[in-house]
Design a protein around this ligand. Structure first.
Ligand SMILES: [Mg+2]
Length: 327
């Protein structure tokens, strides 16, 4: 049995550029793939690389897809190299959808999902939370580590004064802090129970220092860039990380292996987005998460509150065939 495989590229612009400690991001590019098996069953997958997180580039993913010459044997799925984690995710998710290999398939019950909404960086956050709050969002995320420290710390004070008491706030430094500035942030965070966690305070190569910070301060810490792919997740767990893991399944690699990893004890996960389309998002929310989490479990709000970052909702439509036809 072989799959016929087709690819189409997509691109969409952010409503406003996303500013992080990595730089400015203006538009999301990716690849949608369609697998068709001999019996005519179809599965869609998505390749949404994030090379500044250490995945393949879009060009490398596209080159890999073009090298397949239109056909794929199911065993090929397991030979996609670890250097192409976004491809591993896209192909495997498509094949699982296509062949309905997942035990219990559509009978999985989806737990109640709530979302954390990403606010714009800087002072724009002070107004941006309000319409999201009115739509029911209770958890927000704010990027830090992009402007002078004192300006950001006073921005945090303002934001906390503006947000309702029952709101939760996640701070994401994208590895942009130093030991000293991280300590200053965490000193302030210690006085504010509204802060759910501080994400990736230090660069990826400073895990030991982040383990020390986690012992020293009461605010929980989360790793994101440090655990972008499965080998990194496994390594940080082996090094003793028992804080929060921000898991972006679309770039982590094989979803089957990700499921196995998450079944180990003491894995506290925030499932999170790489601004993928509805194709990857549907797989993550309706297949991957329900296969791991009982329908009644309490989940941390998902980091998928990102739709308001796009003006065009074409790629958010839930019907994959219709989405494919727009490309
Ligand atoms: Mg992050």
């Amino acid at each position: 049995m072989r799959y016929q495989v087709e690819f189409r590229r997509y691109q969409r612009q952010f409503r406003q550029p996303l500013v992080t400690a990595h730089g400015v991001w203006r538009d999301r590019h990716g690849i949608i793939l369609r697998l068709t098996e001999a019996a005519g069953r179809v599965g869609y997958g998505e390749i949404a690389p994030l090379d500044w997180f250490g995945t393949e580039t879009l060009a490398q993913a596209w080159e890999f897809c073009q090298g397949l010459s239109g056909a794929l044997h199911p065993s090929d799925l397991w030979t996609i190299p670890a250097s192409l984690p976004a491809c591993q995710f896209g192909f495997e998710a498509a094949a699982l959808e296509c062949a309905q290999l997942e035990e219990s398939g559509d009978r999985l019950s989806v737990p109640t999902l709530t979302y954390s909404a990403l606010l714009p960086t800087g002072a724009a956050a002070l107004q941006a939370w309000q319409p999201l709050w009115q739509q029911g969002t209770r958890t927000f995320k704010w990027k830090i580590g992009v402007a002078p420290l004192q300006a950001e710390l006073s921005g945090l004070t303002q934001l906390l004064q503006t947000l309702p008491q029952s709101a939760k706030l996640r701070l994401d430094a994208n590895g942009g802090l130093s030991w000293n500035t991280a300590c200053q942030w965490l000193d302030i965070c210690a006085d504010h129970a509204q802060i759910e966690f501080l994400e990736q305070p230090l660069p990826v190569d400073q895990l030991d220092a982040m383990l020390k910070l986690g012992d020293r301060y009461p605010t929980p810490l989360a790793l994101d860039e440090s655990v972008a792919t499965l080998p990194q997740l496994e390594w940080c767990y082996q090094q003793g990380w028992r804080g929060i893991f921000v898991v972006k399944p679309a770039i982590a690699g094989s979803p089957t292996r990700l499921r196995q990893f998450c079944q180990q004890p003491h894995i506290d996960v925030v499932w999170s987005s790489v601004f993928e389309t509805a194709i990857a998002r549907h797989y993550i929310e309706h297949r991957l998460i329900p296969a791991l989490i009982p329908g009644t479990a309490q989940l941390r709000p998902l980091g998928f509150g990102t739709r308001h970052w796009f003006t065009d909702a074409t790629l958010d439509q839930p019907e994959p065939e219709q989405l494919w036809q727009t490309l």
